[in-house]
Design a protein. Structure first.
Length: 445
């Protein structure tokens, strides 16, 4: 064992990584494999932002979990992760501003967060998953299918590398060895005869998969990342292939048709590009896949960067970003974001709530650089239907969109005023997150 391999093993062990005893399939030498493990781990541990249904979630520089936002104290009030007063009026608006640490998680160090429409997930440094929110359809992974106002660990999961949460009560976790587990609502939202993107067949009488279940159909590949859309999911594997499964609204699976796929199926049009893909992101009815060299491909409704439905059931390269080496992508329901190797943020799609950051509440049909971040090198981003969060390389957080979800409301904020929007990037002055220095390599998530 040479000195480089010895040092890489030492760093991996110090981070708590478990290195396999023999090289996995596809790996030829230990040093490149260990370099990839360390890079992937560093990138996994730098997912400090999540934007959800009227809330924002952060991981600060010390690894504490923080939330802010504007939700009612009823069912959706549980999205804040703070204990809900059982005697509170469920119709009374509840506002947490500025971003505030979640008390029950003070002794945990968080490395990654994810937000769906009705539930949230946090991943600890030790690889443990803590969900909270609405658990009626199994999205929280607990056998009782109940709600959780505060994060509660899924005991059956350990050594988790990455997490994902979907808008329609679906969740996923990827284990260090690349196994994908999913759980939540098993059938289609609009059509119960359709799969909901969990990746395995479910009994016709089973509406929910209450506990995490292994997606056995992907056992031949090491999953590197997964994202949920409206009734479908897209996964990328270490070998660089992209798979999709579930319902295919408006061609969102990328297979050239509107046919549903219960089991994961490779997106052949991406394979034919000859590119190796390293990251995926999904909106309500569209998806994006990022190639290793920085090319971005999209399909479904909006794949041609049009927020108004225009079906494109096979992937096409996003023409407006040709020549820009993209290193990170994130997607809201009807909008998209891309961060280039220069640290510039481009946004496009639905701008109704100011979530594009261009100074207007209008749709942007092609990727446009966010001018309000000139001079800022973006390291992380998250977006949803109402707002966008950005962290720069100095750990400063920028936000735009619905004000009451951003931690920018101030003492006079009115929780009933959903029309108050921030149209251009503004700093959240009370917060610093653990942001990633822009690497030359791309994110494996």
């Amino acid at each position: 064992m040479g000195p480089v391999e010895t040092e890489l093993r030492r760093r991996a062990t110090a981070r708590g990584l478990r290195i396999v005893s023999s090289l996995p399939k596809g790996a030829l030498l230990w040093v490149p494999y260990l370099l990839k493990c360390n890079l992937r781990d560093a990138l996994r541990r730098e997912v400090p932002l999540a934007a959800g249904s009227e809330i924002s979630i952060f991981v600060d520089a010390e690894g504490h979990l923080l939330t802010c936002g504007n939700v009612n104290t009823g069912d959706t009030g549980q999205l804040l992760g703070h204990a809900v007063d059982p005697d509170a009026d469920p119709n009374e608006p509840r506002l947490i501003d500025p971003p505030t640490r979640v008390p029950s998680m003070q002794d945990r160090r968080i490395v990654s967060v994810a937000a769906g429409g009705w539930h949230c997930l946090a991943l600890s440094r030790e690889g443990e998953v803590y969900p909270w929110g609405d658990g009626d359809f199994g999205s929280l992974g607990h056998a009782d299918g109940g709600d959780r106002a505060v994060p509660s660990r899924i005991e059956s999961l350990s050594r988790i590398e990455s997490i994902a949460a979907g808008d329609h009560w679906t969740s996923a976790a990827v284990v260090e060895d690349g196994k994908l587990f999913t759980w939540g609502w098993a059938t289609g939202i609009q059509d119960e005869t359709m799969p909901n993107g969990l990746g395995y067949a479910s009994d016709s009488h089973t509406k929910s998969q209450l506990t995490p279940k292994w997606v056995e159909a992907l056992s031949g590949d090491r999953v590197a990342g997964v994202a949920f859309g409206d009734g479908f999911a897209v996964a990328v594997v270490d070998a660089g292939a992209v798979y999709s499964f579930g319902f295919s609204p408006l061609g969102a699976l990328g297979h050239g048709s509107l046919e549903a796929e219960v089991l994961p199926k490779r997106v052949e049009a991406l394979t034919q590009t000859g590119r190796r893909f390293v990251a995926v992101a999904t909106g309500a009815f569209h998806a994006l896949a990022l190639a290793e060299e920085g090319e971005l491909y999209g399909w479904g409704s909006g794949s041609r960067v049009n927020p108004i439905p225009r079906d494109a059931p096979t992937p096409h390269q996003v023409a407006a970003l040709v020549g820009q080496r993209v290193k990170l992508v994130c997607v809201g329901a009807f909008s998209s974001c891309a961060v280039t190797a220069k640290g510039e943020l481009y946004t496009w799609g639905d701008g109704e709530h100011g979530q594009l950051g261009h100074g207007v509440e209008e749709h942007q049909l092609t990727p446009k650089r966010v001018e309000g971040l000139n001079g800022v090198k973006v390291a992380a981003a998250a977006t949803c239907m109402t707002h966008t969060l950005v962290a720069d390389e100095d750990s400063v957080v920028w936000a735009f969109g619905n004000r009451l979800t951003l931690g920018l409301g101030g003492p006079d904020a009115d929780p009933d005023d959903a029309e108050d929007v921030v149209l251009e990037p503004a700093q959240i002055p009370t917060l610093r997150v653990r942001a990633l220095k822009s690497p030359d390599a791309l994110p494996f998530r």
